[in-house]
Design a binder for this molecule. Sequence first.
Ligand code: ATP
Length: 292
Amino acid sequence: MYISEKAPAKINLTLDVLYKRNDGYHELEMVMTTIDLADRIDLHPLPDDVILLESSSGLVPQDERNLAYLAAKMLKEKLGIKKGVSIYISKQIPVAGGLAGGSSDAAATLRGLNKLWGLGLSLKELAKIGAEIGSDVPFCVYSNTAIARGRGEILTPLPPPPPCWIVLAKPVHGVSTADVFRQIRVNEIKLRPSTEKMVEAIKQGDYDAMTKLLVNVIEPITMKMHPEVKKIKEKMIQFGADGVLMSGSGPTVFGLVRNESRVPRIVNSLRGFCQQVFAVRMLGILDQGLTK
Ligand code: ATP
């Protein structure tokens, strides 16, 4: 028996930094949703009590520094499991792009091992373990649509957003989330998103409102370091995207597009200067059963 688990990327429809906490972390408020751009995690049992990890991408660590490895190690330690597993990550999600690729790999490993080893843990229990790996891992365990607060680990589920196409483009250089967060000055933030209005737009299935409410307070910071972000945004709008935003700490930019016939034009306009360009659908929710 082996398990193949989908690890989808997330995008931020909003990202607000409320204040810097006494523990040094920033208090966040974000609306996040899941898209159909995914890594695949294959899990095979091994006869010996070891964890082996390989990936199709040379850009991610292939040892215990990989978040998927960490997830398997943590699950084994917490539950005293003396079983081995080989983890293969087929990478599609751009690395260090603000799409939570590593966190989603860790979350999919937790879900997959829960099945492979017949642990019977709930998603809530997996999310709790995931929170010790990284702030985005609990969201990725559910892989749905949610408001994320705290460091990103406190979740309020939402219905899936109105369906549309998502065009994504990642500039060549990735971004270190830690570097970007170090540059945030909360009192200098000019434009903040309205979480409340975005939630209402999603609940009402109001696509037009959703496209107008896309705001990420980190975007101006990353844009300063990576001017391509601005260029990509302009191109996407010029070629017909309904709304555009940088995801997470970037530098990946996404555009929401309702009219399918516009998608190839937008994609082609970006291919000239971006290597990684994708057109995918919203998932909004990974699997109905998973949210229970
Ligand atoms: P975050 O905002 O959480 O940093 P991100 O989407 O911007 O996420 P990731 O693709 O998760 O970025 O990668 C961030 C770093 O994490 C990479 O530079 C890489 O070295 C490390 N990493 C560890 N495991 C993985 C993994 N399975 N996939 C991708 N990166 C991983």
